[in-house]
Design a protein around this ligand. Sequence first.
Ligand SMILES: [Zn+2]
Length: 61
Amino acid sequence: MNQQTPQPVLKPADARGLVCPRCGCQHFRVVYTRRGWGARIIRRRECRHCGRRITTYERAA
Ligand SMILES: [Zn+2]
């Protein structure tokens, strides 16, 4: 009975399913990452196709 609890894999919730509202593509590059309130991580992303910028908020576990 010495099972190790597997570490939950941290998957960025925003990287998946994030769609550019303008051109509909899903390819973004991260302009910058910074810490927000508490454990929040703010990511500024830019669409590779049309250059639309999106700010996403992630919660660090
Ligand atoms: Zn776009």
